[in-house]
Write a protein that binds this ligand. Structure first.
Ligand code: UD1
Length: 342
């Protein structure tokens, strides 16, 4: 059985990926410092798959701990590296925390891969590396523009670190540029668990509908889009998780064509904020309380993916639609509320 290290495996995308890996016959070991997740995610993964993943809690930005872990686990076939800070707003207040955490953890892992002969990494990147693209849909060849946040800049820098490190050493990497991952597992046992007030749209929608928040603020209706609200490419987290299994298999089967390959993970369709609200109301039957407020600083107007390269070369395609995304996110929010009231 091939063993895969999943860093950040108790987080939102990480936990869904652990489930998919286990269901495809991989042995998983998770490293997470639980800075933005909780330990009971492990039990919920085990409830879905019947297998408790191995787990170690430490900070990958600690070079000595990471080196020691990889020495003890040099039999792993690959690493999927999710563990990172990801709040855009916070990254503007504490940029050094973002650079330290996101860059050092990657460097420490690559150092350990080099030392222990581990040759495959899948890296969590983001469509944020494109900024506001000049042409839509955006392809992987689009120019990388100046970052709009230090968070986005860490993703750009991590891709560059991977580019030069995979050139110099026998390491292969695949960077997956996620568009907007939302939704939750169909069992409602795992999902997105924002600490405090959510920054992202869909957790804010579901928390408003369930009564945890009074009113959703729609940030801006004066964009140059059909209804004036900003457009994103929302993608179901389970589709994202499945792409990681495909990427791991591509590397393990020696199918990578470059030392560093980069793929967009989106559906290829853009939805405005109002489209998402309407879809949520339609599929759940809930009425959402929302108001239009000024634009949020740092937001781009619109982005959606050109998915042809991922579809044709990686051999992966998003299967779930906006209704699946809204229904599963709502089921998860309701399951959370039940758990908290019991
Ligand atoms: C951002 C990042 C993305 C990152 C993600 C993780 C950019 C361009 N994108 O996505 O790379 O991976 O965060 O956290 O930096 N909205 C509202 N009201 C709300 C919340 C959001 O109207 O209460 C709107 C936003 O203005 C935006 C859309 O909903 O138009 C989606 O916002 P959000 O879910 O925060 O994701 P992004 O900002 O697109």
């Amino acid at each position: 059985m091939k063993k895969i290290l999943v860093t950040g495996g108790t987080g939102f995308i990480g936990s869904h990926t652990v489930v998919e890996l286990q269901q495809h016959g991989y042995e998983v070991v998770i490293v997470d410092n639980l800075s933005n997740s909780t330990i009971d995610v492990l039990d919920n993964i085990a409830k879905i798959t019947g297998i408790m993943p191995a787990f170690e809690q430490f900070d990958l930005a600690d070079a000595a701990l990471t080196a020691d872990f990889l020495k003890r686990n040099s039999d792993i076939s690959g690493i999927i590296h999710f563990a990172a800070f990801k709040a855009v707003g916070e990254s503007m207040e504490k940029p050094l925390n973002y650079y330290r955490n996101n860059l050092q953890s990657l460097i420490n892992l690559l150092e350990g891969m080099k030392t222990n002969g581990i040759s495959n990494m899948v890296f969590s990147s983001s469509c944020t590396v494109y900024g506001q693209p000049d042409e839509l849909p955006v392809t992987e060849q689009a120019p990388i523009k100046q970052a709009w946040s230090s968070y986005g800049n860490t993703k750009q820098m991590c891709e560059e670190i991977l580019r030069f490190t995979t050139l110099a050493h026998p390491i292969h990497a695949i960077a997956l540029r996620y568009f907007n991952p939302i939704g939750a597992h169909e069992t409602a046992l795992i999902g997105e668990l924002p600490l405090g007030v959510p920054n992202n749209l869909v957790p804010f929608i579901t928390q408003t509908a369930i009564g945890k928040r009074g009113c959703l603020s729609v940030f801006g209706d004066d964009y140059k889009t059909p209804d004036g609200t900003a457009i994103r490419d929302y993608i179901h987290v389970v589709d994202i998780a499945k792409a990681h299994v495909v990427a791991v298999e591509r590397m393990l089967n020696g199918k990578s064509k470059l030392d560093l390959e980069i793929f967009n993970l989106g559906t290829g369709t853009g939805f405005s904020v109002l489209d998402v609200i309407n879809a949520f109301e339609r599929v759940t039957g809930e009425k959402l309380n929302y108001k239009i407020v000024p634009r949020r600083p740092g937001d781009i107007e619109m982005v959606w993916a050109d998915t042809r390269f991922a579809n044709e070369e990686l051999g992966w395609k998003a299967e779930k639609n906006i209704d699946d995304m809204m229904l599963s996110a709502w089921k998860w929010e309701k399951a959370l509320a039940e758990k908290q009231s019991s």
